[in-house]
Design a protein around this ligand. Structure first.
Ligand code: SF4
Ligand code: SF4
Ligand code: SF4
Ligand code: FES
Length: 1024
């Protein structure tokens, strides 16, 4: 989880709190030490993951005779803290009274009255009975323009948590407070409606808001017993509360609202789950009321803390979509009809059994889904291997991650992130290559952006497009497409030539330097300049930045792996890290960012043709013997077909039946037209899906599966972190969790499986898989997680390679890799380079995210990004319809003119609600030779202008990309303190005089003046 102050001294020091001795970390906020000591002090604006922002003044204590804010005061050895002195109490009470003047307490009819409202709980804990400053509306309209949340200025206490989260945690820099205004408020892009701003909808601001000023729209009118009242009814309810307050005080009102809040527990379920979208693996609770998803509440996820992106926070409408499949479908006479499970399973068993009997087990193949759980992927490959008898099983890591894994296997032995996401923050230098991190791994990107903004971490980005990370980079490289391998090797060679390698690390931990050095012979700076288009000066600067950095992490993704050179470039990255000693410590190492939520796990689980679980080889007799003992059958002995080979085998007539779950292969595999033609040739196709996907249209049987919220299981994220998801909702209709469906198919084929719960599957995985040996559901309870390798006693491995590398000699290997140039460089006929990838709002092809209306409103469909130069040359404007034609197919798309792309390069997002517009109609079947990962990024096209008015921009103008962020240092509370009407609480004329419009003081620590502390204590704490 995020540590807001990662550079603190770990050595504790003694401090005195109310006369007792406690340990503190020098430099940490005093409030953190008070909280650890369980000394209760109010703290409305303080949030441990945001750090001190000092806006609310409710945490005032006395330190060495001075009144100070406990959150803004660093702990230091020997400090004497008194929390219960009258002066501090008075100050805190006055501070909170000022907040309440900005906030109407109508808890009983408030959707935020769920036991976790900071303003409510502080009112209770401070035993507030009356407000001295009456609530005054601000006269500002509610902003409901954003599709997913609304801002109510009247309820806003101006704590600035949202601003801090937006500026310095999400680092989108949309929010600010106009402290100098007569009536300050939260502003989006300096004062536009939220829904027309640069807001990326991450929801950080809503999550950290301590009251109901920022609320998820899905909560409004839904959470409370009485909260669906609006208009006059609502006003009457609030007025009633206000009318009784002067006579009764807040006590009875608080009691009533807490009874109401407790009553909500009868119908609001809070279930811990893990995000279903990307490989960051954000964990959070989902709040549900029957099938209504009230909200996603992140609190302390091990990978994400309070963070989410727009998808994890808001894109869940697919779960309740009326388009969900709820009954099995069987193709009959060219059309689908509904069937019951018994009939569907019997048909599958009959057809698969017949194909196996007639053509042998290798006439069948299985594709698992990296959206499904580990347990489900395990069962899919078990079905293939133990029931059918084939190693023809694969998953979609073939489409993206296999080359990264190959590069790491060759060099360091484990195919996973070296450390965790928090470690990234500690690096002196982060390099992103071929990764649009802010859109594809949004929460992980926030940690890099934050470290760069607040700690001066250096960021180098190499990519074709000028996306957000590129714009933020200290150095942005735009090499020619497919040439990362060349510049990486030139940097390695230059480092060696200059003697800038880490010789001590190499001598102790690395083999193969001589052969590696020889492999670099051709990679002079001059050669790299010619091939990559980067200047020699740039390359030398990169080399020196790496050599000088205190820890280098390299992140890479599909821009590297989906190339002919994918495995080779991944190897070059790891070689460079080894050469410079950037392994075996936090804040250094390789981060092959995994795309799907469980793409790491799908491979860990042996859904691969050459490996069973934990990357144990199927051609190893010792491995097969362990499996034979567990399963009671002999495993097939040689590697099976991977996804790519399966398609060729279907065309060749040797593969006749396919069982595929959760993979829209006809859109996401390269050369989609060729894939479609293969699917049409299959004798029998089973598709297990939530929706009637394009691939499902080719099926003989379609089985309705459940989304993540409807099942139990585990996911393994990009950090190798295994986390539990718990069933929040029952399966919709007759749909079933995938593990139950696979078990049903296996048993229809006579397997006799009897798993009652995925926990039993995990026990079996642990028995068979050294990497998962110590994984149990008990050890993963709640928000607990484990990072593999996990020893039998449950000891896990947040940081890989602490005592060597997993090779027999314990040494890593520099691997001489070989450059493989592009297959399809632009030529006279196909003159443009086509790039493609993800967008923030959608996930992959968009089968799930297009079901959420608020997402679709932001990005309704596919388009092609065209550079201003090319647009000018071809006469294109936003919305002009063009046809892109490659050697493999053609698509029609509207143009979007943007400087994110340059020159004669195009970009098409991979998400499309229309199968005819899928970018993979254009990509080809050429692959990285080592892994058969398609070279999606190696495609040449020509552009034909169809025309059209361009009236409708492909991206609505309210899309965040058109916004104008307002970067600032954070909340900038100093501007509040500089207001003429601001006075440090407790030192002015006090509560009874009302208002905060007292004499100005902008000092944080002010000497005590006991003669002025004449307020009666309201909290019952003894004066001293
Ligand atoms: S980007 Fe938008 S949702 Fe995210 S913190 Fe900023 S204002 Fe809130
Ligand atoms: S909207 Fe922002 S400033 Fe207002 S109360 Fe919520 S977090 Fe604080
Ligand atoms: S999509 Fe990724 S970054 Fe976004 S909430 Fe889900 S796991 Fe986190
Ligand atoms: S918690 Fe310290 S000023 Fe708000």
């Amino acid at each position: 989880m995020l540590d807001p102050s990662p550079n603190l001294s770990p050595e504790p020091a003694d401090i005195l709190i109310d006369g007792a001795r406690y340990a503190a970390r020098p430099g940490e906020p005093l409030i953190a030490a008070l909280n650890r000591a369980q000394v209760t002090v109010p703290q409305v604006c303080y949030h441990a993951q945001l750090g001190p922002i000092q806006t609310c003044d409710t945490c005032i204590v006395e330190v060495d005779g001075q009144l100070v804010r406990a959150c803004g005061t660093p702990a230091r050895a020997g400090m004497r803290v008194r929390t219960a002195v009258r002066a501090a109490q008075v100050a805190r009470e006055e501070a909170f009274d000022r907040l309440l003047a900005n906030h109407q307490l109508y808890c009983t009819v408030c959707d935020n009255n769920n036991g976790n409202c900071t303003v409510h709980n502080t009112t209770r804990e401070m035993n507030v009975q009356h407000q001295y400053r009456p609530f005054q509306g601000k006269g500002l309209a509610v902003d409901a323009s954003h599709p997913f949340y609304r801002y109510d200025p009247d309820q806003c206490i101006l704590c600035g948590r949202c601003v801090e989260a937006c500026q310095n945690l999400q680092v989108n820099e949309t929010l600010s407070i106009n402290w100098e205004a007569e009536q300050p408020r939260v502003l989006w892009d300096g004062g536009v409606p939220a829904g027309e701003s640069s807001c990326v909808g991450c929801g950080h601001c809503v999550t950290v808001c301590p009251c109901n000023a920022l609320m998820e729209k899905s909560m409004l009118g839904e959470a409370g017993f009485f909260t669906d009242q609006r208009g006059p009814l609502f006003g009457n309810a609030v007025a009633m509360v206000k009318n009784v307050e002067p006579s009764l005080g807040y006590g009875p009102i608080m009691n009533l609202s807490e009874i109401e809040a407790a009553g909500r527990e009868g119908y609001i379920r809070r279930t811990k789950t893990v995000c279903t979208y990307c490989g960051v693996g954000c964990a959070f609770e989902v709040w549900t009321k029957d099938r209504h998803i009230l909200k996603i509440e992140p609190t302390h996820g091990p990978a994400n803390g309070v963070s989410t992106c727009i998808k994890g926070k808001f894109a869940w409408d697919h779960v309740g979509s009326p388009q969900r499949l709820t009954r099995p479908l069987i193709r009959e006479n060219g059309a689908f009809r509904e069937a019951d499970w018994e009939e569907a399973l019997a048909l599958i068993a009959r057809r698969l059994g017949a194909l196996r009997a007639e053509h042998g087990p290798d006439a069948l193949a299985f594709i698992t889904s990296s959206k499904c759980t580990n347990e489900e992927s395990f069962l899919m490959q078990k079905l293939a291997r133990s029931v059918i008898g084939t190693n023809n099983v694969d998953n979609c890591s073939r489409y993206c991650q296999s080359p990264a894994t190959m590069g790491l296997w060759r060099t360091v032995g484990y195919g996973g992130d070296s450390g965790n996401i928090t470690d990234l923050e500690r690096a002196g230098l982060v390099i992103g290559i071929g990764t649009n991190t802010a859109e594809s791994h949004p929460v992980l990107a926030t940690r890099v952006k934050r470290a760069q903004k607040l700690r001066g971490q250096k960021l180098i980005v190499a990519d074709l497009r000028e996306h957000e990370m590129a714009r933020r980079a200290d150095l942005f490289l735009r090499p020619n497409p497919g040439t990362d391998f060349v510049w990486l090797n030139a940097v390695s060679r230059y480092l060696l030539d200059q003697g800038l390698e880490n010789r001590a690390f190499l001598d102790r931990w690395v083999s193969g330097l001589d052969a590696f050095r020889e492999s670099l012979d051709a990679y002079t700076v001059e050669y790299a300049e010619a091939v990559t288009g980067l200047s020699g000066e740039t390359l030398r600067r990169v080399a020196h930045e790496i050599a000088q950095a205190d820890g280098v992490c390299i992140m890479w993704a599909m821009g590297v792996t989906q190339q002919m050179s994918g495995s080779e470039t991944s190897t070059a990255i790891s070689n460079l890290l080894l050469l410079t000693g950037n392994y075996m410590r936090p804040g250094a190492g390789s981060y092959p960012l995994r795309g799907h939520n469980n793409v790491q796990g799908a491979s860990d689980m042996g859904s691969m043709p050459s490996h069973v679980t934990g990357y144990q080889r199927v051609d190893d007799p010792a491995v097969r013997a362990v499996y034979a003992a567990e399963w009671g059958v002999d495993l097939p002995t040689t590697a099976g077909l991977d996804n790519h080979q399966m398609i060729h085998a279907i065309h060749a007539g040797t593969l006749r039946g396919l069982y595929l779950k959760g993979e829209d292969i006809s859109l996401v595999d390269a050369n989609a037209n060729y894939v479609d033609a293969a699917l049409e040739k299959l004798e029998f196709l089973v598709v297990q899906e939530m929706f009637f996907s394009h691939t499902a249209s080719f099926a003989d049987v379609v089985l309705p599966a459940s989304p993540s919220l409807e099942k139990d299981g585990t996911f393994t994220n990009t950090e190798r972190r295994i986390q539990r998801l718990n069933q929040a909702l029952p399966p919709l209709g007759d749909s079933r969790p995938d593990w139950q469906i696979i078990q049903g198919v296996a048993n229809a084929l006579g397997a006799g499986w009897s798993y009652a719960h995925p926990a039993e599957v995990m026990d079996e995985i642990a028995r068979l898989t050294p990497l998962y040996a110590g994984v149990t559901y008990e050890r993963l309870a709640g928000f607990a997680s484990l990072q593999w390798p996990v020893q039998p006693d449950g000891t896990d491995t947040p940081l890989l390679f602490t005592d060597g590398f997993p090779f027999p000699d314990g040494r890593a290997r520099l691997y001489p890799a070989e450059f493989i140039p592009r297959t399809e460089p632009p030529d006279a006929q196909y003159d443009l380079h086509l790039n493609n990838g993800r967008m923030l709002e959608h996930f992959h092809e968009g089968n799930m995210t297009f079901r959420t209306a608020g997402i679709t409103a932001q990005v309704p469909g596919a388009f092609v990004e065209v550079s201003p130069d090319l647009a000018c040359e071809r006469g294109l404007t936003d919305g002009t319809l063009v046809r892109l034609v490659s050697r493999h197919g053609a698509v029609k798309l509207p143009a979007l003119v943007t400087a994110r792309v340059q020159g004669r390069q195009l970009y098409v997002p991979m998400n499309s609600p229309n199968a005819a517009q899928a970018v993979n109609r254009l990509t080809g079947s050429h692959t990285d030779p080592s892994t058969h990962t398609p070279a999606y990024k190696d495609t040449a096209v020509r552009l034909e202008v169809i025309g059209g008015t361009g009236d409708t921009p492909p991206l609505p103008r309210r899309n965040f990309r058109y916004g104008t962020p307002t970067p600032q240092r954070g909340v900038e509370v100093e501007r509040k303190w500089a207001r003429p009407d601001y006075v440090f609480p407790g030192l002015g004329l006090g509560l009874l005089q009302g208002g905060s419009l007292n004499a100005r003081t902008d000092r944080v620590g002010v000497p005590l003046q006991p003669s002025r502390m004449n307020m009666p204590s309201k909290s019952g704490v003894a004066d001293d």
